[in-house]
Ligand binder design. Structure first.
Ligand code: C5P
Length: 230
């Protein structure tokens, strides 16, 4: 029988609620492995941000999915971090606010918007491998991923982490407001009918509440070595 010329690209899908550490862990794991990285949340954030800038109502499914389809976004690796360029403007920090997060979760509940972004996300799967983080990486976008992880932490710990992250960026945030917004976003992401936030049946659930970042990274790398032996 002819051997398939097509070698599937190894994919690690990391899903979970906001503030669980997906971004930090994914970046560290991708860096250690030398694999590509997809921060899928940033695509929803950029879509919401661009729609808002254009004066498009976030509930206008047709108009927002058109924005998603025609999004002129580039991820530029500078050697130290990744800058997100929207129509050649650096929006890396502007899309990180909790307000844009909330807007992203509104547009993300629309199936036409999700459909418009799906191929763009799959295109990130290139050799030698991909670490993809989001809400539906293991359940929808990369259903065949060799390693699926559902990374979670208590809501209090997630709010504290997000608070610190935003404060470190010089943003003016309040912990109680952040915690409230996060719970609301979790609820919207988990209860929506399209691609709700949930662990894939074959995902490994990792609760990072009591773990430090290097411990989580080491655990993930040990799973990678087990699932994708060198
Ligand atoms: O992960 P991040 O906070 O950047 O995601 C912003 C929002 O985008 C999430 O609250 C969620 O509603 C949406 N999202 C999604 N599916 C993904 C990634 C993010 O629905 N794969």
């Amino acid at each position: 029988m002819a051997q398939s010329m097509h070698q599937p690209v190894p994919v690690i899908a990391i899903d979970g609620p906001g503030g669980a550490g997906k971004g930090t862990i994914s970046q560290a794991v991708a860096g250690q492995l030398g694999w590509h990285l997809l921060d899928s949340g940033s695509l929803y954030r950029v879509t919401a941000f661009a729609a808002d800038r254009k004066g498009v109502a976030l509930e206008d499914s047709e108009a927002v999915s058109e924005v998603a389809r025609t999004l002129d976004v580039r991820f530029e690796y500078t050697g130290t971090d990744t800058r997100i360029m929207l129509e050649e403007n650096d929006v890396t920090n502007s899309i990180r606010t909790e307000e844009v997060g909330k807007m992203a979760s509104v547009v993300a509940a629309d199936s036409a918007v999700r459909q418009a972004l799906i191929e763009r996300q799959r295109a990130f799967a290139r050799p030698p491998g991909l670490v993809a983080d989001g809400r539906d990486m293991g359940t929808i976008v990369f259903r065949d991923a060799g390693l699926k992880i559902f990374l979670t932490a208590s809501v209090e710990e997630r709010a504290r982490r997000r608070y610190k992250q935003l404060k470190d960026k010089g943003m003016d945030v309040s912990l109680p407001a952040l915690s409230r917004d996060m719970k609301e976003r979790d609820r919207r992401d988990s209860e929506r009918s399209v691609a709700p936030l949930r662990a894939a049946d074959d995902a490994r659930v990792l609760d990072s509440t009591e773990l430090a970042i290097p411990e989580v990274v080491a655990l993930v790398i040990s799973w990678v070595n087990e699932v994708f032996p060198p």
